[in-house]
Design a protein around this ligand. Structure first.
Ligand code: SER
Length: 871
């Protein structure tokens, strides 16, 4: 069964059972500080489970792109070594939000697998939760009961908390689960050993395909379980594994989902899949990781040095290292597989096709730069191995050095060490890492307490598009500790405060009651929760407050936000429609805009962009705000949308003249308010991504004024305020001429000095020696040495200049003496320099040294004289 049919059958089946089919959420999570990537289909419904948001549909099904590489669900280590774990995979899921529960979930799963996909029921096993004392949870008798209507008792197994109690992360919705496992071994093998002995034992052909989770609890920050207001179903089936079962192959990589990558890698590398264990692992790793990285980039997450970006960088580096070691790819290689993923998945995920060029470029650049450091690091690693043959351990400090200096992810160091049969001191590494974290303090963990509920609802009405103050009541609060300081996260029933999102910084301001002000230091979003960050909690949280936004900051931010839209429009106008927003920051002080474009902007282009924006400002275009615009209508109107964003059925669009963008931010009423727009920098931040920083209004004015003031100052300095540029140019020309004259004169001087010095030469043995103090400058001495070299023989000259307690020694030895191997100025000067407490070097005929002991110079001359006498 073709994988496209497999996916369709799933969705059609649940549509028949009255499920609403939704699209996949982005793989990169933007509004949940507890999660970097979507690790399960249920993530996008977290707030519904927790009761924070009401469900629009009570039954939903979809296919979700997931990434399991960090936090609680991390399969990275397994990937490639086995044939059924992946970093990025698709999860087929069906959900019930307070609707059906265990019975239907189990019966429908069975109906679909055996009735529609026609899987032989004798290969299937079910597991149920066996209970847990620590959490005081009984075993799942109910699920067992439903399964026993379907399966014989020996094919229903009880499982531990590890396997049969599903949790999204350290906190959040969770519950007991029932898994369906499939035995894909041959009949002979089954005969020898029953499949029930292999369930959850890591056998590559007896694997879990579907997990049915019965969400009933919330795991709190204090580790306790609290029951949820309603009971839900969350199921997840591994799409690639299901394809393996239905296509009767023994590995996910042999399905039509993965085969095309393997074939292309074979073609590009000339290595055959199946010929060697090492290269097989490498091919699987590369196929898997390419998908993860390409989707992350398409979702807007570029590889970088921290957080989600670093996870992506690590995945790509892992692939590069396998290609390097096992497929002998010493040059960037993985980016050449991007066309395969576009061909394979572009139809279901058009964001890939749209950004193909960018994905290729980013991967290529990452590969190239990592290969460079990899070479250096691998060299360092081999040196270390040979130098530490006694310990035969990779110490934590060295692993950390590789990590910190050579960009080796720790798993890469482990891999290299494993090849040598050496262990890595992981504890030592963790200690070093921890030390570094403490040093930088950037990643300071935030400790979050549990919510204290004042009112049951968590719905906040946002009124900030229309006003900057409102009467509010508090719904709930929790204490958080950031870098040792306590804050409170507070939810209001109504709020005029804009929560940081879409690049716009959060509002600040205060809560007011009986003329006491409680400062609101920031406003953030966590999924759908609008969180106000307060330093102190009001004495009576149950009363009513006036919430007041700092409106001056808000106005400045609005100027910058609206200017960002105009800038986006200008860039697409001036540079072309390939320009796409890749990130932005809009605060009260400035704006930053990242976009895809492959070259540096010329001065002329920058001017054109500025002129375009300033023209739109002068046209004083009024804000055209569409609230609740159906998504399709917005598309028809040509609104700019972003890939990697999930939009609701209705959206908000912001228009100024021709510019129309989907946006939730706060904007100016008309563009004239922005005043003026000025770009202050333009540069690259990654392959194919450029960044512009710009100012508006007063800040732009101040910036321009500063530049003009500097120009005025220069004018005054060059005594020409009307055309300082011309004056500076003529000064430079003048000074060049002077320099030329000075050079000529010092050359002449060197000539005269040379004659003068030659006259003072003494015969010492067979040679002439000049040894004296001088006040000539180093350049003149050097010139002189050049001249002497041309026509002097049997000459040794040492000149010492003393200045500010320091001495400079120059030593000249004529070529004939050097040729006869009698003396060499380079080596000799080093030796003599010891007498003046210094060091030096140079060429055989001319060398110099500096020293801190001027009084040693007489000894230098004396020793030189003895040396020459002895030649
Ligand atoms: N949340 C469960 C899982 O990820 C079922 O979807 O396995």
């Amino acid at each position: 069964m073709d994988s496209k049919v497999v996916r369709k059958l799933f969705l059609d089946f649940f549509a028949e059972k009255h499920h609403h089919i939704v699209s996949s959420a982005p793989m990169v999570v933007k509004d949940d500080p507890t999660l970097m990537f979507t690790n399960a289909g249920m993530n996008q419904f977290k707030d519904i489970f927790l009761g924070n948001t009401a469900a629009k549909f009570h039954r939903i099904a979809n296919s979700q792109k997931c990434l399991r590489v960090s936090g609680k669900h991390n399969d990275l280590e397994e990937v490639g070594h086995d044939t059924y774990h992946h970093t990025m995979f698709e999860m087929l899921g069906n959900w019930s939000f307070g609707d059906y529960f265990k019975k239907e979930a189990i019966e429908w799963a069975w109906e679909l697998l055996t009735g529609r996909y026609k899987i032989d029921s004798s290969c299937l096993y079910a597991t149920v939760f066996g209970g847990d004392d620590a959490d005081a949870l009984p075993w799942d008798e109910e699920a067992y009961g439903y399964w026993s209507q379907i399966l014989p008792a020996d094919r229903i197994l009880k499982g531990s908390k590890k396997d049969n109690f599903w949790e999204m992360g350290d906190t959040g919705p969770c519950g007991p689960c029932s898994e369906i496992h499939i035995d894909l071994r041959s009949d002979e093998e089954k005969e020898l050993l029953s499949g029930c002995r292999l369930v959850n034992q890591g056998h590559p052909l007896v694997i879990e395909i579907w997990n049915l989770v019965f969400i009933q609890f919330n795991r709190q920050a204090d580790g306790k379980l609290s029951p949820l207001p309603a009971r839900h179903v969350d199921t997840g089936m591994g799409f690639e594994r299901l394809c393996m079962a239905l296509q009767h192959v023994k590995s996910n990589y042999d399905t039509d989902v993965f085969k095309p990558y393997i074939l292309q890698i074979e073609e590009l590398s000339g290595v055959i899949y199946g010929s060697n264990q090492g290269s097989d692992v490498a091919m699987r790793v590369i196929s898997d990781h390419l998908r993860a990285v390409a989707f992350a980039i398409a979702d807007g997450q570029l590889p970088s040095n921290n957080k989600a970006g670093y996870v992506i960088r690590r995945i790509l580096r892992r692939a590069v290292r396998y290609a390097y070691s096992y497929l002998n790819q010493k040059d960037p290689f993985i980016h050449r597989l991007v066309p395969v993923i576009c061909e394979q998945m572009g139809e279901s995920y058009p964001e890939l096709l749209h950004q193909q060029g960018l994905i290729e470029k980013v991967i290529h650049e990452e590969e190239a730069s990592f290969l460079r450091t990899l070479m250096q690091g691998i060299q360092k690693f081999s040196q270390h191995i040979s130098a530490n043959q006694t310990d035969k351990t990779i110490e934590g400090t060295f692993a950390f050095e590789l990590y910190d200096t050579y960009g080796f992810p720790i798993d890469l160091t482990q891999l290299l060490a494993k090849e040598q049969g050496w262990p890595v001191d992981m504890e030592g590494f963790a200690t070093e890492l921890e030390k570094q974290k403490q040093r930088s303090r950037q990643d300071a963990a935030m400790e979050t307490g549990d919510w204290v509920v004042l009112e049951p609802s968590t719905d906040t009405k946002f009124v900030g598009w229309d006003t900057t103050s409102a009467m509010v009541r508090l719904l709930r609060y929790r204490k958080v500790n950031i870098k040792g300081k306590d804050y409170y996260h507070v939810l209001f029933d109504t709020t005029p405060f804009y929560a940081e999102s879409g690049g716009q910084s959060g509002d600040t301001g205060y809560l007011l009651q009986n003329s006491i002000k409680y400062r609101i230091a920031d406003t953030r979003k966590e999924n759908n929760l609008l969180i106000h960050i307060l330093e102190t909690l009001p004495a009576d949280p149950y009363s009513t407050f006036e919430a007041v936004v700092d409106s001056e900051k808000r106005t400045l931010t609005a100027n910058n936000h609206s200017a960002t839209h105009l800038l986006h429009q200008a860039l697409r106008n001036v540079l072309g429609l390939h320009v796409e927003q890749k990130g932005s920051f809009v605060g009260p002080d400035y704006l930053r805009f990242d976009f895809s474009h492959f070259q540096k902007l010329s001065e002329a282009e920058i001017r054109q962009v500025e002129m375009f924006v300033n023209q739109k400002i002068r046209q004083n275009l009024t804000l055209n705000e569409h609230r609740d615009l159906p998504l399709e209508k917005a598309r028809d109107l040509g609104a700019i949308m972003f890939f990697g964003e999930k939009y609701g059925e209705t959206v908000r669009a912001i228009g100024f003249g021709e510019s129309l963008e989907l946006c939730g931010g706060t904007h100016v009423a008309s563009t004239g308010q922005i005043g003026i727009f000025k770009i202050i920098s333009e540069g690259a931040i990654a392959a194919g991504i450029r960044r512009i920083e710009a100012l508006t209004g007063t800040q732009a004015e101040e910036h321009i004024e500063q530049k003009l003031a500097a120009l005025r100052q220069i004018g005054e300095m060059v005594k020409n305020t009307t055309d300082p540029v011309k004056a500076v140019a003529s000064q430079i020309e003048h000074s060049d001429q002077w320099q030329k004259k000075v050079d000529e004169l010092s050359h002449k001087l060197a000539h005269v000095q040379k004659e003068h010095l030659l006259a003072t030469a003494q015969m010492v043995g067979k040679f002439r020696l000049i040894a004296s103090r001088t006040d000539l400058d180093p350049q003149t001495i050097k010139d002189m040495a050049h001249m002497l070299r041309l026509n002097q023989q049997r000459l040794v000259m040492a000149l010492a200049s003393i200045k500010d307690g320091k001495v400079n020694l120059s030593l000249f030895i004529s070529d004939d003496i050097v040729k006869d191997h009698l003396l060499n100025a380079g080596t000799l000067v080093r030796e003599l320099a010891r007498e003046i407490d210094g060091g030096g070097g140079g060429q055989p005929y001319f060398a110099t040294a500096g020293g801190k002991k001027p009084e040693g110079i007489d000894t230098v001359f004396k020793r030189l004289k003895e040396l020459v006498a002895g030649l």
